[in-house]
Structure formats: C-alpha cells, structure tokens
Design a binder for this molecule. Sequence first.
Ligand code: AHR
Length: 670
Amino acid sequence: MFTKIIRPIFLGLILPASFATAGLAQKTTVTVHLDAGKPISPDLFGIFFEDINYAADGGLYGELIQNRSFEYDVTEQPTWNALSCWELAKRGGGDGGWSVEGARPLNSNNPHYLVLEVKKAGEGVGLINPGFDGIAVKAGESYDASFFAHQIFMNQRWGANSGIEGKPMPVTVRLESRDGEVLCEASLRITGRDWTRLTATLTPKRDEAAARFVLLANAAGGIALDEISLFPRKTFHDRPNGLRADLAQVIADLHPKFIRFPGGCLAHGDGTNNFYRWKDTIGPVEQRRGQKNLWGYHQSVGLGYFEYFQFCEDIGAKPLPVLAAGVSCQNSDHTGEVGQQCLEMADMPAYIQDVLDLIEWANGPATSKWGAKRAAAGHPEPFHLQYLGIGNEDVISPGFKERFKMIFDAVKAKHPEITVVGTVGPYPDGKDFEEGWKFANELHVPIVDEHYYRPPKWFLDNLKRYDSYDRRHSKVYAGEYAAHDGGRGVDKNTLRSALAEAAYMTQLERNGDVVHMSSYAPLLANLRHMQWTPDLIYFNNTRVIPTVNYYVQQMFGANSGDTYLATQMENLQDSDKVAISSVRDDKSGDVILKLVNNAPIAKALNVNLAGAKGLVASASKTVLTGEPAIANMPDSPQPLTPEVSSITVGDSFDYDAPANSLTVMRIKTK
Ligand code: AHR
C-alpha cells in the first residue's frame, strides 16, 4: 500500500500522491546528502523597514518629543497644525502668549518656529510636550535635551520702552509627571539674536511611563524656539540621534542579512512631490526637510539615510535602499483617484543624478562631493552599498517603463558593480506581475521584487512556486510577504500563519539559487498608531512584543546557510503537511535542518545524514509549537516562544516533529 517517493534531488518538500492505510504508516525517512549541495544566496533572509504604523517617529527613532520643529500640518492630519502636541504653560501667575512664525527660520527646510512672549514671568511661561503618548523615562538615566533659540527684540513688538532689550532670558527645562511632579530639571540662558543650540542633561529621579517635557521662560521678554529635542543617552550602540535601544535590539536579534528601507509605498509616495528624497534626510537634523508620510502622519526624517546605513552596519546587515522609479505610488491618496503620477521628463536628468549621487554618497571616497557629506557626518569609510532598489510594486505602465529604464541604464553604465532590484507589481500574479517579469527579462534586471499578502492556505498551496522558475532569468527578492489569517482588518499573528510562512521559507532555502532575498512585511507597529496588521513586532513606549511570526523569522535568520543540501524524503501520507529544508553554514560547517509539521499530529521521522564526517553528537534543537489558532498578540496572556534544548544526533537518528511545529536543528560537523 505504500508508495516509495524519492523526490528529485533538491526538492525537500513532499506533497505526495501516495497513500497509506491508517495504522500502518511507516516512519518517514529524511535523507540529507551532506556531500551534495548547491550554493544559495548568502543574503536570503533580511528585513523590510518602512515608516508605517509610527515605525520611525514615535518608534525606532529615539526622539522623544513629538512635532519638535513645529512642522506638523493640516495636510498630514485634518486636526493638525504647527502647534499640535504642544501646550502653552502659564505657571504661578505667569502670563504671556505664543505664535508660530516664519520670518527668520532656522533654515529653509525648517520654515516654522515658535515665538514665546512673556508678559509676566510668575513661575514660568512656556511649553509642554507629551511626546508620543507620554515620554517613558527611567530613574538615574541621562536624557539629552536640546533646542535652538534666540531672543526677540520686544521693543519692536511692545514699544520702544519695554526696557528688557539685551537681557538674557533664563529658562528651565524639565521632565514632569502628568500631575506636575518635577522629575528633573536644568537651567539655561538664551542670549542674542542669532539662532543658537542649547543643551542640557536631564536625569529623572524615578521611573515614569508617561512624563512630559516642559520648557519655561522665567523672565519677561521674548524668545524664538525651534527643533526642541529630547533623546535618551542610551540609544542603540550609543549613537547620537540614534535608535531606541530595546526596539533596535529585537530587530538585530532577527540576524537579518540586509535591511530594505524606507518603504514600501513611502518610498514612492503620495504623488511625485512626495517621493522619499534621500538628500532631504542627511546632514544636521535641523536642516533636514520633513514631509507628509503617505500613511497619514509626519516624517521628521531624523531617522534618515545616514541612520539607516549606520544601523545596517551596526547589525551586520547590507543596506538595500529603495528609490522611486520616477513614478509615485498608484495608491496615492489611498483613494485610488490620483493613481500613479510620473515625473516630468524634464525633471528626470536631475532625478537620475540624485540616484547616482546616492551611490557616491554611500561608496565614494571622502574626497568626492557626496562622499564628503558622508564623511562630515562621521563616516569617512564607505558603506559598501551593493544593492539598490528602483521602484516599489509599481503598476507596470508605459510611464513606469520609460523612467525605470532611464534610471536602470544610468546606474548600469556608471556603476556596474551595483545590483539593481526592480519590481514586478503589487501582486504575486496578474497583469502587472506578468508585464513586470517580461520587462525585467528584456532589460536583464538582476533581481526583481515580488510581493504577496495572502491567507496561510495560499502559502501552503504555493510551496513549489520557485521550483520551476527559470534560473537564467532575473533572481527574485520576495520583498514583502505575510500570511494574513482572518481577513482584512481582523488578521492576527496566529501560529497557523507563522507556520505557513515557515513552510514557505523552506522553499525559499531550497530555491536559494533563484530566490536571492526575502523579507516579511511590515516590520513594526506602534500599538496606538496602526495603519496595517498583521505586523512582525508590536511596541508601545515601554514594551516590545515580538509575534509568533517574529520567532519564525528569527529561527530562519539565525540559522541561514550558504549551501542547500540535497534532501530526499520517503514514505509520506496524503495527509502529511511536512516541509523540510537542509542547509550548511560554510563558515561554521554547521548543518542546519528545518522541519515544519503543519499537521495536527506529531510526525515520526528518521533522519539520515548521508556522507557525514565528524558529527558532534549533541546538537541544538529549537522548537516552536502550540495551537494553530494561538495569536501571539500584545494582549495574549502567555506569548508563544520557541524552546531551545539539545538532541543527540548521529548518521541516523529518530525525531518526532511535534504537531503544528517548526523545529530547527543545528548540528556541528567540526
Ligand atoms: O507593507 C505595507 C505596504 O504594502 C507597503 O508599503 C507596500 O509596498 C505594500 O502595498
């Protein structure tokens, strides 16, 4: 009654047409041929960071003040203006007012600033900022407050005899609890009529989950204020203008081989005037040009290209910046009414130059025009940019094609060392997908980006998607994917979705000769500001909550390989839902097995390591298992996490893969 199945040498997954009588099932045999491998991409598992769900400002970016430069605007949210998130404080008999002005800005990229007029100082007149839903601070830790300021000639406003010209303005900066308890404070003086940066260190005396930043002027007179900032001293890798340490660490723990940024739809934006322009995001933060985020809020771009590249370097990931292909997001406005907009042809040469300049900025010598800007930011050595994304799931229109080709040709001509990643539309099939592939093949684009947000069943039904991809064509970057379990708006991060992704990832490894890169999407979500679910990591100001899908990504990311090992399986039943891949990490020599059992019963396996020499008997085993419907959501009482233990292995050994599980075995051969 049994059909012996031996799949072609590199096909690790079996969905057999054979069957077996219940109760007579033989043990499934898995044979991994340690001496029959094929090279696979060393950059297979990475991450995709997009500023969606407040992932940057109010998320990974360490800044604690919201609307620090008074640039919030009604075009970003209907109730917003330059004073949003700020409150006027009049303490202990103080009296005065404020206004947003623009006559003498800090610079043209930062056009608005605040003028504070203090008629009567009392116990202080000034500003309060609650940060992003409160400022979480820790006792004894240092927080760096800074702002730009100058005095205002009040005789021009209040009359010649105001009598206060030339006197410095004493100010206090504080952190307070919501009920006004002072947690820490520092005193400063604002002098002169030129914009000057003032700094102070604040050290709270106790923990507070939702503190407020307060700046009080303590004498009559006027001052101008801009770029009011508060950073924890402890950022990831102690970088100034750095990243929130706990969140960055959880991302680093994924062991991504690359980071794609800054989007997604954000990269090509809400119309051609809303492209993410990398040049606006480098240099001193107060000189960067923030803009509307098409996800419905403001991007300060304090987390800009320098910080993205630096983060990549800090965690050993390759940068994959994505630039608009000269066309905007076809979902501009989220109404679909605006549609894809194309940059005017007259603007294309300058745009193409921006693309080329990025490569020089990243890789050029410190003596080059753009390399010098990188060096001025503190990084004279090149960033070793290898990959460059052009376009994001664009509609493959004539306008797109024309502009993509212009950019692609220019990069190829000037920088043949750069690997361009193109795009084949928003979906894993259909018109744009077909057209995108045809176009990519015509142009010989090295890698194309495929996207799929689909139910878990789609992932399980498509476990052989890449087995038949033509190896002579472009390679694939599975740049955005996630198994959406439940339906739009109610999708949850269930184990069912995570295991469907895990099974799918075994085929990415098996096809790692044609699939070059992959990344789950989206990466981050601030629990109070979500535009998209499911996401990989949720957070609020005090907690970071990895999902069950996160652990799948981590188990693959931390256990990737350079060589796919031929894997054969014998004796499987129709009902088996087993997916397996085997790789070797050439550096350590470790052999790594990934076993996904999507069935509701355990699966008995006999594993043979053919051609094994010098195996260490004790291997590590990491297992993620539970009820498929378990949703590792932020409110879950007991989040599901993988368990690590050891297992005795040999040339041949038995393993019962638990029901609904992913197992990763790491076997030492040296
Ligand atoms: O990941 C969220 C969005 O999904 C991305 O911005 C876009 O590329 C895709 O439609």
